[in-house]
Design a protein around this ligand. Structure first.
Ligand code: UDP
Length: 240
């Protein structure tokens, strides 16, 4: 492992929305190929990469719930299936890029993927395979950010790298305020106080309890995944 690399085992969280790129729905083939190439590069450097992917590109449950069309648990079950679709897509893209990959689902989909087995996931990582954790934690009322934090703690990942469409966390909303300043570092407590717009509060709490730092960064800049993995200052670092 090269000395320029900071982390040995990382948990990469890719939001569903960031897979959309400029498209209005589903998956932008260029973005998913970019992710696959970058993950392939860091994996070849010997870094163990586990991935949790969201589902917002396929299904936005909250809109259906607030309109009264769906109850929360049903919407969340559909949302979890959306993460499975993204996981299979990402697996195929990674294997195209020459990386051995396993998908493990939080509930059984035995014909499609392995069930989540912690020790087995760790074994795959040790063998240099990328492991994608699909279906969140398998329960409604949770998010894939929380799944990322939980799996990171379970597999002893040293960091959660949260890939988004934003450069990081700003002092105010950059969509509303052109002068918003990117914060290079904030504490868990300040991240939680910002509310769930940037990162889920349950996820932040789990990371804090387990002293796992989180880096929020922009996926759309080529090279950013490698930078985040090598510990270059990029995006926002959340820790103590
Ligand atoms: N979800 C869930 N339990 C989990 C993880 C996810 O019920 O453990 C559902 C929830 O409805 C969530 C959706 O799956 O909204 C997709 O995940 P998320 O919204 O976190 O994806 P992202 O915003 O990253 O695209």
């Amino acid at each position: 492992l090269s000395s320029s690399v900071r982390w040995k085992r990382v948990l990469l969280k890719v939001s569903g929305k960031s897979l959309m790129g400029d498209h209005t729905q589903n998956v932008d083939p260029e973005i998913i190929a970019l992710i696959a190439r970058e993950v392939a590069t860091v994996s070849r450097l010997g870094i163990e990469v586990a991935i949790v992917v969201g589902g917002g590109n396929f299904f936005q449950g909250s809109a259906w719930v607030s309109s009264g069309t769906l109850d929360r648990a049903s919407a969340d079950h559909i949302g979890m299936m959306a993460t499975v679709m993204n996981s299979i897509f990402l697996q195929a893209s990674l294997e195209n890029a020459g990386v051995q990959t396993r998908v493990q689902t939080a509930y059984k989909l035995a014909e499609i993927a392995e069930p989540y087995i912690r020790r087995r996931a760790i074994r795959h990582l040790e063998k240099g395979r990328v492991v994608i954790f699909a279906a969140g934690i398998g329960n409604p009322y949770f998010t894939t950010d929380t799944a990322a934090a939980l799996r990171a703690a379970e597999i002893n990942a040293e960091v959660v790298l949260k890939a988004t469409n934003f450069d990081g966390i700003f002092d105010s909303d950059p969509k509303l305020n052109a002068e918003a300043i990117l914060q290079e570092h904030i504490s868990y407590r300040d991240a939680a106080a910002k509310g769930s717009a940037m990162i889920d509060i349950t996820a932040i709490t789990l990371c804090q309890e387990n002293a796992i730092p989180v880096v929020v960064f922009n996926l759309n800049e080529p090279g950013n995944i490698s930078k985040a993995v090598s510990g270059e200052r990029i995006g926002t670092l959340i820790d103590q």
